[in-house]
Ligand binder design. Sequence first.
Ligand SMILES: [Zn+2]
Length: 301
Amino acid sequence: MRWKGERQSSNVEDRRGTSAGTGRAGSGFPGGAVGGGGIGLILLVIFSLFFSGGDLGSVLNGDTGDIFTQQAPATESVTGTDEQKEFASVVFAHLEDYWNQTFDDYGKSYHDPTLVLYSGSVRSACGTANSAVGPFYCPGDQKVYLDLSFQDELARNFGATGDFAMAYVIAHEVGHHVQYELGISDQMEKIRQQVSEKEYNQYSVRLELQADYLAGCFAKYLANETYNGKPILEAGDIEEAIYAANQIGDDTLQKQAQGYVVPDSFTHGTSAQRVAWFQRGYQYGDLEHGDTFSADNLNLN
Ligand SMILES: [Zn+2]
């Protein structure tokens, strides 16, 4: 992707190198300060599972101590390079342009989300999280939380290299913000209170696949944009996104982690489904074709 010199979003909070991503460098805080455990943790689990894209399925490691009782170090080391930060900020700016324009086309108003960069752990309206949960979106404060080291993890653990793999991840998270703006997140929260966990997982899959679809729409938009007379997308960019989507499908992750798959536990969709919905977004680039909630066949074949 061509991006050097392009506009960087001003909606970026750089909390790297601060205590638990509070924005206060070097000021330690007592462990478990947020929510004191129970409710906060439950909310965090919910939001991690259902609103994050790169959380890669295995959220939280099942160890509550990691999140609420551990004393955060006074100062986290800064993860990510200046270049990675600039890249994420440029992608975020493109997403602002695209979604503002799209909502405008549909006669709806849109409010930009914020990108929070953090290192190690971070406090959000959804609770305190550490970077093991992967990038996530918190509807409570309309912010996307990203530890830039995730890009290295994508490459190292999932073989998903290339800058556009990361652009896809960011676009997926902003896709969740779009769902929030459209009122879909609220509906999901109501459904969650009415159905079993197993049933809710099926809704979650549809929510996640829709975020992949919306990321595909964004890719289509970028494919038609130029900067200084040159196309923004380069050869191989779309393939990088598709490869990343394939690598973080629930079935692929479970096979990797435990050697077998448990379809009822899927929350993000299979690799085939994630790729299919990203590609569908890339094909149509509109909101009409992204209704994963009424689709009969999520594999689209
Ligand atoms: Zn997601």
